[in-house]
Design a protein around this ligand. Structure first.
Ligand SMILES: C[S@@+](CC[C@H](N)C(=O)[O-])C[C@H]1O[C@@H](n2cnc3c(N)ncnc32)[C@H](O)[C@@H]1O
Length: 543
């Protein structure tokens, strides 16, 4: 409002609501009731801006609506001379103070981008006219941060490709954001996963399994592990899907997506009954499980889970605390949860357990010190195990993602645990040559530990993409897993191979020339080593 502006009192029925704004801002602003209360108490303080020629509102749709609701006889108005073609842009630009929903933000972005059109690839720095258009567009959009704009647009593009712009699902995507059922980043990741999974179906068969002598990964639910003989497994190390935390692309029947927690616990009970059957009497089961906050409260899922397991006959032997050095934020009036329990169950007190390696281990570079017998043990380390605490960073899947992409598919799994978890559990309760099972294998972190440390591995997962990613992961990492406390025992269990005699002598000669490549070598000669690595892996697969 400038000093020259004249404010006049006008009957609301003389004014016309701005349709363009109604189209963009369909919902009432979140503070509508507050504005209404203020107007009720103090009247309309900021005058409405109105097009002199047409009586259409430039700025003040909400105030006019409230005035009509309250039956006000007069509202303060400033009339503006505006040519028709400027009407939309001026009225939408005037709306920068409003608290907007994400659907409104999207419509506003689309409106401004349409108005200040810049074609893809056009150089705005070379053309003064385009430069001006860009400046105007940036000014118009300055109320919305660049990151928000980019995410909202990316979400719209992904949702449009998946469902079509006019579909109910498309609206549902933005409704879930507007109703705060999900976050911008969470929704973006979810839609990206769906898109990439759709693309994966073109290259990964509906069922994909890895069946080698010492590594078997089955692609079906682990509630039936008929391929595994009763009493044949030395250790089971696993992390089931947490209740309502993540979707793994396995449809409605996926564990963790049940309507009720009790149903989730019962489904898990079926799987752990199978685990009981296949585990040796001296074997161990480690389960990493976490709670979730629903309706503003923790659900005590790990506690109920333990009770179900005790009912099933398991003996609870230990609880290791996994502390995440870099946890994600926990919402609400509570502390950030940086720990997860790992429950150690056994079938009887006569189980195999070896913790002597904790005392014996040395670390050449003196970066990690293990065990209580060290003169100066360090507290922070991947394998620090004193006081039953395992402290690590959360794992990253970025390297594996890259590798999967090189192999022609996307990895959409983001809930893997760090290798330290199966390392501790596996070294404590298995020997070289033993068999380790993971009934929720995911990307086979457990398999990677097992095969890198001369144990056999059996995994189950519903999603063929994860089985394929496991194959990529185990195949590659067998070559340069940097740490094995049992080096002297290595090679007592062969890598997955054909029966002896089938291997040609040329192949033996070739293999004798090719050695695994260390991570440092990989860094310095990345292109060469990548090719070399592939050759080595291919040859290994041929064995
Ligand atoms: C938390 S993730 C396991 C991640 C794994 N520890 C890793 O490091 O990659 C749980 C996995 O269970 C799988 N899953 C869910 N329900 C299953 C079922 N009934 N049988 C087998 N796997 C299942 C999901 O596809 C998902 O990959």
């Amino acid at each position: 409002m400038s000093p020259k502006d004249t404010v006049v009192k006008v009957n609301p029925s003389m004014l016309i609501l701005n349709e363009k704004k109604q189209e963009i801002y369909q919902n009432k602003p979140t503070n509508y009731d507050e504005i209404k209360k203020n107007i009720e108490e103090q009247g309309i303080i900021t005058p409405l801006l109105v097009n002199k020629k047409t009586n259409v509102i430039i700025d003040g749709n909400v105030r006019l609506l409230i005035a009509m609701e309250l039956g006000l006889k007069e509202v303060p108005v400033i009339y503006k001379e505006l040519v028709e073609k400027e009407m939309d842009i001026k009225s939408v630009s005037a709306n920068q103070q409003r608290i907007k929903s994400y659907s409104e933000i999207l419509k506003e972005i689309e409106f401004f981008e349409q108005h200040y059109k810049i074609k893809k690839g056009q150089r705005t720095d070379l053309d003064p006219e385009l430069k001006k258009i860009k400046e105007n567009r940036d000014t118009a959009l300055k109320g919305i941060s660049r990151t928000t704009r980019e995410k909202v647009k990316a979400i719209a593009t992904l949702a449009e490709d998946l469902y079509g712009k006019e579909s109910e699902s498309f609206k549902g995507v933005f409704n879930s954001l507007d109703n705060q059922k999900t976050t911008l980043n969470g929704l973006y990741q979810h839609l990206l996963d769906l898109t990439q999974r759709k693309q994966n179906t073109k290259v990964i068969p509906l069922r994909y399994e890895v069946i080698k002598e010492n590594t078997k990964i089955y692609n079906h639910s682990s509630d039936d592990m008929h391929e595994v003989e009763s009493g044949s497994i030395n250790a089971i190390i696993t992390s089931p899907p947490y209740y309502k935390m993540k979707e793994y692309g396995n449809g409605e029947n996926e564990l963790g997506q049940e309507r009720e927690i009790e149903e989730y616990l019962l489904n898990m009970r079926d799987i752990f009954r199978e685990c009981y059957r296949v585990l040796r009497d001296d074997g161990s089961l480690f389960v990493n499980i976490n709670d979730c906050v629903l309706g503003g409260r923790y659900q005590a899922i790990p506690h109920f889970f333990v009770l179900h397991m005790l009912e099933q006959g398991w003996v609870l032997n230990d609880e290791i605390l996994w502390i995440k050095n870099n946890p994600t934020y926990t919402r609400g009036k509570r502390s950030v949860r940086s720990h997860e329990p790992i429950f150690h169950f056994v079938k009887s007190s006569d189980f195999y357990y070896n913790d002597s390696w904790l005392k014996d281990l040395t670390d050449k570079e003196d970066r990690i010190s293990y065990g209580i017998n060290k003169p100066n043990p360090k507290v922070k380390s991947g394998l620090d195990f004193r006081n039953g605490i395992l402290s690590t960073n959360v794992s990253s899947t970025s390297d594996l993602r890259k590798k999967c992409k090189e192999e022609g598919f996307y990895l959409t799994h983001s809930a893997t645990f760090p290798i330290d978890v199966p390392s501790i559990c596996g070294l404590l309760t298995t020997r070289v040559g033993d068999t380790i099972l993971d009934p929720f294998a995911g990307t086979s972190t457990v398999g990677l530990f097992a095969r890198s440390n001369n144990r056999k591995f059996i995994g189950y997962d519903l999603n063929p993409e994860f089985v394929k990613a496991s194959e990529v992961r185990i195949g590659g990492h067998l070559l340069y897993w940097p740490f094995s406390p049992f080096e002297k025992e290595l090679s007592t269990v062969p890598v997955d191979n054909e029966p002896e005699g089938k291997v040609s002598s040329e192949y033996e000669i070739l293999l004798s020339y090719m050695k695994p490549i260390s991570p440092n070598q990989r860094k310095s000669f990345s292109n060469f080593t990548k090719t070399y690595d592939r050759c080595f892996r291919t040859i290994q697969k041929m064995r």
